[in-house]
Design a protein. Structure first.
Length: 160
């Protein structure tokens, strides 16, 4: 097991337009990243985009029959070689101020670490979540975490 390093498991389905930005954001922020891409039965040209990364030893690409993102994430877990794991969707990316060393320090002292996020809708409208501040991590006890998840998942909040 590789200490003080993070594996980023990326489930991918037809993400040829997004996957490069996702991978590049990880590589530019975390020089020790272990990237695990699980192609969940893509039918687009994502393979062409991924071809430029095949030679990199810290990026591994696996293919499986389509089963959805949850199964793809779980499939990717078997290839984790690091002490910590982060899931990131293929159409998401890390912001330039992301600091993996700060994240690792926080992970060593807690069980759950929650991140804020920003959603972009097709019309370009940005919606910030009140789940937690964007670009801010929050360490929560289990009761508060479950309460926040309940609020977050409530359809009236329109976070998605």
């Amino acid at each position: 097991m590789i200490k003080d390093s993070i594996s980023y498991v990326i489930p991918m389905f037809n993400a040829e337009k997004h996957i490069k930005r996702c991978i590049d954001s990880i590589l530019s922020s975390d020089k020790n990243a272990n990237i695990i891409i699980v192609d969940d039965g893509s039918t687009d040209n994502a393979d062409d985009v991924l071809a430029e990364y095949i030679a990199q030893s810290n990026i591994r690409i696996f293919k499986k029959e389509n089963g959805g993102p949850a199964l793809a994430r779980n499939y990717g877990l078997q290839f984790v070689l690091t002490e910590f794991v982060s899931f990131i969707d293929a159409d998401d990316y890390l912001l330039p101020n992301y600091d993996p060393n700060k994240l690792i320090m926080q992970l060593k002292n807690t069980d759950w670490l929650i991140f804020g996020y920003e959603s972009k809708y097709s019309l370009g409208k940005k919606v910030n979540s009140n789940f937690t501040k964007l670009n801010h991590t929050q360490v929560l006890d289990i009761r508060t975490f479950l309460e926040q998840i309940y609020v977050w998942m409530n359809p009236k909040n329109n976070f998605f």
